[in-house]
Design a protein around this ligand. Structure first.
Ligand SMILES: [Zn+2]
Length: 304
């Protein structure tokens, strides 16, 4: 762990987690962030190498464990301050070490004649990021607000869980409608018509009535649109931990059986070939759904 002098009495401590700001005053030290829980000892030693003053306040730039993971141990020696959403996010997850002091817009700590000002500017990297400003030295600790993925150059954004699901839902669901429609219109329906036409012979001419053909077309369309919602449904069930990829893979033979029964119900005729036209895409969608369940599975994400 290395302490770099930024300016005046402001230092940046570089280590395992997010960089810490250490501001030394005549009445104590103010920190911004406290890295991971296991870094606590080394942080204390590094601050001790800068000053004999004790740590009085710790600001959390946001709640990620590489920035606020040291809160539990810091709370024993200092007051931890965070935006009210930081505390709410930690409470929601049952994370220990919630900040004892919270605020909603702006909050300052005045210590040893110096000021440290934290300000909330709305949703960013999380919904609880604050910029911490040191007026005397003209410096700002930005937490992870300007952190970008080095390969994609996209910012890291930790949406609140529910809000994050709106976009995949809209994309997957409407994608399923479009694909189901295309599949029904260009593959299933022409196939069905061609199939019925195979019964034609010199004596028998296939002449479907418009009303019947249209009725069949609409039923096919509705059926395929419904079938193509399978990955969306699985995505949400996996998110809610109600299904897993392993569960889906293990029960594939039952799934195929259910798919063929469903195909028999959905198919207007009892012909096995017609059932196959319905069942085949459902089996393919089931296989895709296994992959989706694996991707959607909640796992400990590497927090930035
Ligand atoms: Zn972060």
């Amino acid at each position: 762990m290395v302490a770099h002098k930024v300016k005046g009495d402001l230092y940046m401590i570089e280590g395992q987690g997010g960089n810490i700001a250490a501001y030394v005053t005549s009445e104590g030290v103010i920190l911004v962030d406290d890295m991971y829980d296991e870094n606590h000892g080394e942080i204390m030693a590094t601050v001790k190498s800068l000053t004999t003053q004790p740590i009085k306040y710790v600001f959390n730039s946001h709640q990620h464990s590489d920035h606020a993971g040291g809160n539990v141990k810091m709370l024993a020696v200092a007051d931890v301050i965070g935006h009210r959403n930081v505390r709410a996010n930690m409470a929601k997850r049952g994370t220990a070490g919630m900040p004892r002091l919270t605020f909603s817009d702006e909050m300052s700590v005045h210590l040893g004649g110096k000021e440290v000002r934290a300000r909330y500017h709305g949703r960013g990297h999380t919904n609880g990021d604050v910029f911490i400003y040191f007026p005397e030295v003209g410096a700002v600790h930005t937490g992870d607000m300007f952190l970008t993925n080095t390969s994609t150059l996209q910012p890291y954004i930790d949406y609140a869980n529910e809000k994050k699901l709106v976009i995949p839902f809209v994309l997957m669901s409407s994608g399923g409608v479009v694909l189901g429609w295309l599949f029904s219109h260009y593959i299933v329906f022409p196939y069905m018509i061609a199939f019925f036409d195979t019964f034609s012979s010199a004596d028998l001419e296939f002449r479907p009535r418009v009303a019947d053909a249209f009725d069949l077309y609409v039923k096919m369309l509705a059926g395929m649109v419904l079938v193509f919602q399978m990955p969306t449904a699985v995505f949400f069930l996996a998110k809610m931990r109600m299904v897993t990829a392993r569960f889906l893979a293990r029960n594939i033979k039952y799934a195929i059986l259910i798919i063929f029964i469903a195909a028999a119900v959905l198919t207007p005729s009892s012909d096995p070939w017609n059932q196959l036209v319905f069942a085949a895409p459902m089996v393919v969608l089931y296989l895709i759904s296994i992959g989706i369940a694996w991707l959607a599975a909640p796992r400990r994400s590497s927090e930035a």
